[in-house]
Design a protein around this ligand. Structure first.
Ligand code: SAM
Ligand code: SF4
Length: 266
């Protein structure tokens, strides 16, 4: 489907939960932020329905994100529900990798094609501090499990403060080259201040070639990460919400005062 700026929109990113087992400084407040009520979080059936309608309109690329998608109960069942929708050509997940060693094999079996794993440093102490308590060894185990399960290409998402030349980013780069992983450098963004930049090695942040819509964990279709525009599938209906988001997708991102990274997905 084409938006009013002639961009081909074929990609839907779905935040399946606003919960997470880490507390990265740039994403989550330390103490529980205003988390959604369980009854407001989309049920699997609702997500399946949204994907079905989106695919009928031209979407063929789906990414599951969060929060941390692997903390969502029965996430493997959701993967299998989405994978069985014909027309989904690319089914990916963005995860912090902490629980991936438990799930990689079953996710692959359920039909997940590939994973992006977030890793901003390879230093265990810095990782623990950055994520407020995360164990980097679990992420390394997760990466190995993803490789074994052939969830490839495995891409590493590395958030940078200034540039890909900073020490941690370079070490992540060397690690990726040695391990045969692809690295994407993501500038640290601020939704409220409207600070965003182009992802180095990926496709995000370049408004002119943006191909995506988003679905928040509480069922709102959003045309842009850096915008307050949202259409609630439970109020407006699924098809209408997708059409409205497509028709009102801004030419460029500005600011988003309504969401945080952990509830809209990165
Ligand atoms: N929990 C999963 C993870 O960390 O991969 C998926 C959700 S997370 C919100 C998705 C991506 O957004 C991650 O790669 C994360 O590094 C990125 N992200 C979160 N906050 C960000 C920020 N302020 N600026 C840039 N990227 C951010
Ligand atoms: Fe959790 Fe991912 Fe946000 Fe880190 S970036 S707090 S792992 S949702």
């Amino acid at each position: 489907m084409l938006d009013r700026y002639n961009r081909e929109i074929n990609y839907l990113r779905i935040s399946v939960t606003d919960r997470c087992n880490l507390r990265c400084h740039y994403c989550m407040p330390e103490n529980d932020p205003c988390l959604l009520r369980h009854e407001d979080i989309m049920r699997f059936e609702e997500i399946r329905e949204v994907v079905g309608v989106a695919v009928s309109m031209g979407v063929d690329k789906i990414r599951l994100t969060g929060g941390e998608p692997l903390v969502r109960k029965d996430i493997v069942d959701l993967v299998s529900m989405i994978a069985s929708i014909s027309g989904v050509k690319d089914l990916a997940m963005t995860t912090n990798g902490v629980l991936l060693s438990n799930y990689a094999a079953s996710l692959a079996k359920a039909g997940l094609h590939r994973v992006n794993i977030s890793l901003d440093t390879i230093d265990p102490v810095k990782f623990r501090s950055l994520t407020r308590g995360g164990d980097i060894q679990k992420v390394f185990k997760g990466i190995n499990a993803a490789r074994h399960a052939r969830l490839e290409p495995i891409k590493i998402n590395c958030v940078i403060t200034e540039s890909p030349d900073e020490a941690d980013a370079m070490q992540v780069g060397s690690f990726c080259r040695a391990e045969g992983l692809q690295v994407r450098y993501i500038p640290k963004m601020d939704l409220q201040l409207g600070h965003f930049g182009v992802v180095d090695g990926g496709s995000g942040g370049d408004c002119g070639s943006c191909n995506r819509l988003r679905l928040t964990s509480d069922g709102k279709i959003k045309p842009c990460l850096f915008s307050d525009i949202a259409y609630d599938i439970r109020i407006t209906g699924i098809r209408k919400s997708l059409e409205m988001a497509l028709g009102n997708k801004p030419e460029k991102g500005t600011i988003n005062l309504s969401n945080c990274f952990h509830n809209i997905g990165g």
